[in-house]
Ligand binder design. Structure first.
Ligand SMILES: Cc1ncc(COP(=O)(O)O)c(C=O)c1O
Length: 433
């Protein structure tokens, strides 16, 4: 007999977002061994700059054999390391890196940083610290499907959507935020905060200063928290430049709310290291930092990973080159996908960041319904061997939008996926005629 918690459905595992991954696992595409297999376009992984990372590793053997200057081995020290606040040199390098990718517009103090096993653990830890049963966070749609698991499942916290629409390119407006707040009240939920993803997954857009100000003013007005998941901040490859919620706070000189604003990030996306499980919470709120540090015992980063990453991040010249080159490659990939889709009459939302495009396939639906969206998704998956993610799995309020990832595959595979989409569109048109 398993517990009620483990059996409860709010994990979201049966969402089409995860079902698509399962189908892919059964029949994965391989250019040589399985050329008719399913192409995974539903995974926001960044594999574009592995060559840089690997050549750094090859040049710096001592960093992964635990050697310190002078040939001294740190193996025993790292094997026994148990301070859950993390390795000081790693936190210091991580804080500098966070500032660098924000063009030094904000500075990060290592003492206000909590290390977590990825952004997944950071988001859940924040929910445990800020809310409980009967509490809710407002989140603009469309949003990352993993939030249903990370924010709700073990914490009992609810998510209330802020419904954004294509009529203004899914921008956040005050009426939409107010409406979500009222909806939460109708449901007798205690709104504890807003959670934004900036840049957005799945939109690939970054929030404007206007949107950030609006959210700060709202948080002051209602006396609630803001959690800003900035995991994609290092992937901004096009203007406008990225503006962190912390920069907007400084701008507004809103010290009254500074204790209620918390940033989440990780090295999973920009450095392409989701397997290393390196995440963090940053906050000016001392009690929160102390509580989250205690909770971080449940999801620490291994000392081995902290040691290696402290060496990589400390190599300023390498990091600068990596970040610039990675952005250039992401931009090239995004342009490749957009132009390939445009030739088939499919448009994408204009974006400047991320590892994916938010693709408008509304004209390919048999009807303007979520059932028709699922039909199209099934068709792409089973007949055309493409696992893309339907908008409904991101809680999008309009049917016909899909998230398509472009950074987790070889260029030739992306070419093939565009060809497969083209043949699907052609066959649809033939059927109409
Ligand atoms: C918005 C967002 N937050 C958090 C995560 C989880 O990241 P991590 O691998 O660092 O746990 C993801 C992963 O896709 C994401 O898109």
């Amino acid at each position: 007999m398993l517990s009620r918690k483990i059996r409860c459905k709010s994990h979201g595992q049966d969402s089409s977002y995860f079902l698509g991954w399962q189908e892919y696992e059964k029949n994965p595409f391989d250019p040589i061994d399985n050329p008719s297999g399913i192409i995974q376009m539903g995974l926001a992984e960044n594999q574009l700059s592995f060559d840089h990372m690997e050549s750094w590793i090859a040049r710096n053997q001592e960093s992964h054999s635990f050697m310190q200057g002078g040939g001294r081995s740190l193996f025993r020290e790292l094997a026994l390391f148990q301070d859950y606040r993390g390795l000081p040199e790693f936190k210091s390098e991580l804080a500098k890196y966070m500032s660098k990718i924000r063009q030094n517009k904000v500075t990060f103090d290592p003492n206000k940083l909590v290390l977590t096993a990825g952004a997944t653990s950071a988001n859940e830890t924040l929910m445990f610290c800020l809310a409980e049963l009967g509490g809710a966070f407002l989140i603009p749609t469309p949003y990352y499907p993993g939030f249903d698991r990370d924010l709700k499942w073990r914490t009992d916290v609810e998510i209330v959507p802020i419904n954004c629409s294509s009529s203004n390119n899914f921008r956040i407006t005050l009426p939409a935020v107010e409406q979500a707040y009222q909806q939460a009240q109708k449901l007798h939920l205690n709104v504890k905060g807003l959670l934004i993803t900036n840049p957005s997954n799945p939109l690939g857009t970054s929030l404007t200063l206007g949107e950030l100000r609006l959210l700060i003013t709202f948080a002051i007005d209602k006396n609630i928290h803001i959690v800003s998941d900035e995991i994609y901040s290092g992937t901004v490859f096009e203007k406008p430049r990225f503006r962190s919620i912390l920069e907007a706070l400084d701008h507004e000189n809103n010290s009254s709310v500074a204790d209620q604003v918390h940033v989440v990030s990780s090295l999973s996306k920009d450095l392409g290291l989701p397997g290393f499980r390196i995440g963090m919470i940053y906050s000016n709120n001392e009690s929160l930092i102390s509580a989250a540090t205690k909770m971080s015992s449940f999801g620490l980063i291994s000392s081995q990973s902290q040691f290696l990453l402290s060496k990589i991040l400390a190599d300023g010249k390498f990091i600068k080159k990596y970040v610039l080159e990675n952005r250039r490659r992401l931009k090239k990939r995004q342009e490749m996908l957009i132009s390939g889709l445009e030739k088939t009459g499919i448009k994408c939302l204009e974006s400047n960041a991320g590892l994916f495009c938010w693709v408008d396939m509304r004209h390919l639906l048999a009807s303007d319904t979520f059932e028709a969206e699922m039909e199209l998704w099934e068709k792409m998956l089973r007949e055309y061997g493409l696992n893309v993610s339907p908008g409904s799995s991101f809680h999008c309020s309009e049917p016909g939008w899909f998230r398509v990832c472009f950074a987790n595959m070889a260029k030739e595979t992306l070419d093939l996926s565009v060809q497969r989409i083209r043949s699907m569109v052609d066959s649809k048109l033939e059927n109409v005629i």
